[in-house]
Design a protein around this ligand. Structure first.
Ligand code: ADP
Ligand code: MG
Length: 286
């Protein structure tokens, strides 16, 4: 059970003066149950890469297989394979349009032709994911919500389709710190409770570090690192700098402290680890 990319290249506007190779010869396998973080500088090809995973973009060359089904085909099996992938685009709240939150989340499930009871079950699940009370919010307009709530309702519409893979493109972009934290908390809980496969593109290194069990770093349309987040953030700092991406703030702080002469362990990548590490180093000094 996996998504496989084999030698995938994508060229935008091929054959015109604006031709642009966005990703090149990407080989990748994402297995069910993984939580994959994708990071990289703006323009490195992250959005292009993930839009291949549900067939929205077609490879210029190479192939994408979802559980063995080549998305280049046209059969029913391709439609079914694509339905396993839930895609949350950047600023998904721009796609809200129904009069009520209920109808917005129900839109996808209704399109699947599900029975009303099942649609309602899916909507309840979605509203719970969004952290809202069903009775209070179901009949309200999504446009009365806060920015963070609106975004969570938009994501809920994707989750209500019960995809096996959930792909999110910078889901916290443009939110204030509280809205950001809430989004990540809800994604974290969804992953823990359902075991859904998550592929998350984000610039929030700290959240990526604490949630992802695999990290992919994109650079100029190539995968330049693919592995365990701790290893990449702590052993490949120079490569990350080259790729134009940061390490988590706490990892950077520990490196600074160490450079100033306090013997700290600088392999922490989450805030909790960082606090523990510093406390230990300070105790050791007394
Ligand atoms: P990222 O998501 O990492 O910022 P993108 O996948 O959006 O990167 O972009 C990769 C490259 O492809 C960039 O050079 C970008 O300018 C180019 N690109 C992206 N979308 C288009 C498009 N629709 N038409 C032409 N070029 C594009
Ligand atoms: Mg992008």
């Amino acid at each position: 059970m996996s998504i496989v990319l084999h030698e995938v290249t994508h060229v935008y506007m091929q054959g015109t003066p604006y031709q642009r190779v966005a990703i090149e010869n990407i080989n990748l396998e994402i297995k069910q149950g993984e939580f994959v973080g994708i990071i990289g500088h703006t323009g490195s090809g992250k959005s292009t890469l993930i839009q291949h995973l549900n067939g929205l973009l077609k490879p210029t060359s190479g192939e994408v297989l979802v559980e063995g089904v080549n998305l280049a085909g046209k059969g029913l099996d391709v439609k079914q394979a694509r339905q396993k992938i839930g895609m949350v685009f950047q600023y998904p709240e721009h796609q809200l349009f129904e009069e009520t939150i209920y109808d917005d989340i129900a839109f996808g499930p209704r399109n699947l032709g599900l029975l009303p009871e099942e649609v309602e079950r899916r909507v309840r699940m979605g509203i719970a994911f969004a952290g809202l009370d069903f009775d209070t919010f179901a009949k309200r307009s999504p446009f009365q919500l806060s920015g963070g709530q609106m975004r969570r309702v938009a994501i809920a519409g994707v989750i209500a389709m019960q995809p096996e893979y959930l792909i999110l493109d910078e889901p916290s972009a443009g939110l204030d710190p509280r809205g950001r934290n809430e989004i990540f908390e809800h994604i974290r809980r969804l992953y823990q409770e359902t075991g859904i496969t998550v592929i998350l593109v984000s610039h929030q290194m700290e959240e990526i570090a604490s949630m992802a069990n695999r990290l992919i770093v994109m650079h100029h349309g190539h995968i330049c690192q693919d592995g365990e987040p701790r290893t990449i953030f702590t052993r490949y700092r120079e490569n990350l700098k080259e790729a134009g991406v940061d390490v988590p703030p706490v990892t950077a702080l520990l490196a600074t402290i160490k450079a100033k002469g306090l013997a700290v362990d600088d392999t922490a990548i989450t805030l909790e680890e960082g606090v523990a590490t510093i406390a230990e180093a300070v105790r050791g000094r007394k």
